[in-house]
Design a protein around this ligand. Sequence first.
Ligand code: ATP
Ligand code: MG
Length: 577
Amino acid sequence: MRYSQLLIPTVKEVPAEAEIPSHRLMIRAGFIRKLASGTYTYLPLGLRVLHKIMAIVRHEMNAAGAQEILLPSVQPMELWEKTGRDVDYGQTMARFTDRHGRQNVLAPTAEEVITHVAAQEIKSYKQLPINLYQISFKFRDEFRPRFGVLRSREFIMKDAYSFNASPESLAETYQQMYDAYCRIFKRCGIEYVIVEAETGEMGGSGSHQFTIPCENGEDVIVYTEDGSYAANIEKAAVDPLPAQQIDGDVSPAAQLHTPNVGTIEEVCKFLKTKPHKMIKTLIYVTGDDETVVCLVRGDHDVNDEKLTQAVGGKHTELAGESRVQNITGADVGFAGPIGIADKVDLLLIDHAVAGMVFGISGANKTDYHMAKVVPGRDFPLEGDKVQVLDIRNAAEGDTHGGAKLLFKRGIEVGQVFQLGTKYTSKLGCTFLDEDGKDHPCLMGCYGIGINRIFASAIETGHDENGCILPINIAPFQVEVVQVNNDSEAVVAGAEQIYDALQADGIDVLLDDRKARPGVKFKDADLLGIPIRVVVGDRGLKEGNVEIKRRTDDKPTDVPIGDAVATVKRIIEELSQA
Ligand code: ATP
Ligand code: MG
């Protein structure tokens, strides 16, 4: 295609809210424009990239035996009420009431709808396994849309759903999807890691996430150096810390006056101590209105997923002020473990707290803390309502199976789940086995964020001059730059190469604009097209053109007659890499 005829509005300045390189560069390169918070327009080149990613995804999904369908985005609320996810998704789910007063959902995902479809169409074990997928818009009213298309309110997802007759069959489809995902991300040219993941509001048992390691990722990956373990921090299990030791007895717990210092930070400053010497007491309420208290060390954070598991999958949230006051008799900020077990439904104590010799905690009295609080002496470590367990996020210094845990950030681009019968049993999706007996189908679901692949590729592939896009997803494989529009020889040479590349089925952009060479080179770098062919008077005098990979420092002179073959060889090389 010809640059002069395309809408490629490159710009120098970007709004301050574009904090990370991929967001800035997608705007600067004229790939996207913002409409409103978390919603973006894809301009021609941006859309070409999305199409290329979708083509790869489609190809690999089809090759893995999945069948493409298209589900509606407007879905009846009733289906979501049947699984209870109308509540679980909370405010993230976009809802509207239609003119007839019916409640609708704008699909944030489609387990309910696909299960409803499958319930109608699947009758017998003979139809199983089956794997159905779609590539479509999803809507999530994210609390904080940011980072451009990485966390947007409207995005394109490939979502696949398998229905299986047995756990073995589900495991097989799961593995097929896992392998297909590996091929997809490889072909997209992005480095990924696979980590064990929590299932979140999706439910079910096993899950893996495909994550692109990079500084600006919102996810934290926890892994061991030898690579034997890698998990999302939401899931990562840690070994109990070695129990602390001291000689002799610890004096009795003693009250300290700590006026107006409620947070760990404030208390530490006031008492000149360190967070790891403190016991943090957090009070939660479950969906069933039970009170659950978590004790973690002052430098640790409660892990929401571990907490959810510990309360049998129930929804939990931090208790409000009045409940905290009811239970502790004190203002928020002064809760402590002494005597609290009797007042709550469940006391969850992190291993690291149980292993402390003594700590500082709230005193259950406004403006007071307690020093020398001894686990097991001043509050119970066992009992009906008491559990010592791993309830916190992995932190620096932790181990897993004895191996030191390391941390890095990443962007989640895909996730696969073994869901089991969570949806099928609630939505009546059953099949008859060989003996004519009825069973709920087992289900798996498999998602990929198409837009996130695009942004991740730039987040991990760019330099100070612009994008460096992988060959298989770049808007064009090659850009031919005609340096001087007034020279007939240059125009003819550039056109000749452009035509020949196109005739060979290569995706090529011809920069035929009436613009200074400097402008053309700058834009070429910004767009990140992997191969550049420059046709200029100086080279042509020697019968040469210049060819340069986006990542090369300098171009190479190539005889004009060899240009097409050279470009094809480089495409081959880059596709293999
Ligand atoms: P996150 O934890 O980042 O919010 P998620 O786990 O809720 O994502 P899934 O429900 O697993 O997301 O959706 C499948 C895929 O859709 C994700 O792996 C991700 O690539 C993509 N995705 C999810 N939310 C967004 C969003 N707000 N913007 C762009 N892509 C998204
Ligand atoms: Mg996910």
